[in-house]
Write a protein that binds this ligand. Structure first.
Ligand code: AMP
Length: 192
């Protein structure tokens, strides 16, 4: 049985908001699994699987993988034993279709908290530019970064309203040091 305060956390926000960094810290603080759909996709591509081959171009263009393909991967990941007592999703749900599927997915006995890292657009563009320079992420060149941000505003931002209406949405100021932002997130999560 999951303990009654167990959470399924969605870390939400545009590319460059710091989701990956915060996800690592939160999952450590709460001892829950960190599930990054971007990492799952990149692992799939590295493995050379059929799905990996099919989605490689999509990632390189900065577009979204189809809901059907994403939901297959997420369903299978969330059915693993480590998710029974809570987990943190980073990069999912990214469309309304994914959000609607997510709220129906097991395990259902967990409280949902969607935490948005809120960062102004100018700051995001600068952060993405810096990441591109460091060469850590091949899809983070300027053109693809701009595309990813557009895709976010068009397809992912509406997901916020969906969870606001459900009373499961928490907005956090994403400006500050990594530690400051982490503290803000933890204050919200520990009060739930
Ligand atoms: P991320 O590391 O979360 O920015 O994800 C990298 C890329 O993986 C995205 O630009 C998408 O192409 C793909 N991806 C990750 N998560 C999803 C998702 N939930 N829905 C669709 N595509 C996704």
């Amino acid at each position: 049985m999951a303990d009654k305060n167990a959470l399924r956390i969605v870390l939400f926000g545009p590319p460059g908001a710091g989701k990956g960094t915060q996800a690592v810290l939160i999952s450590k603080s709460l001892s829950i699994s960190h599930i990054s759909t971007g990492d799952i996709m990149r692992d799939e591509i590295k493995s050379g699987s059929k799905l990996g081959l099919a989605i490689s171009d999509v990632l390189n263009r900065g577009e979204l993988v189809s809901d059907f393909q994403v939901l297959e991967l997420v369903n299978s990941r969330l059915s693993r034993a480590d998710c029974a007592n809570g987990f943190l999703l980073d990069g999912f749900p990214r469309t309304l279709v994914q959000a609607e599927a997510f709220v129906k997915m097991p395990p259902q006995n967990l409280k949902t908290a969607v935490v948005e890292l809120s960062v102004p657009e100018a700051e995001l563009l600068e952060r993405i530019r810096q990441r591109g320079i460091s060469g850590l992420r091949p899809d983070d060149d300027q053109r693809v970064a701009a595309k990813r941000l557009n895709v976010y505003w068009e397809q992912t931002a509406p997901v916020a309203s969906y969870f606001k209406e459900r009373g499961e949405f928490y907005e956090i100021d994403g400006i500050g040091t990594v530690e400051q932002v982490h503290q803000r997130v933890m204050e919200v999560l520990l009060a739930l």
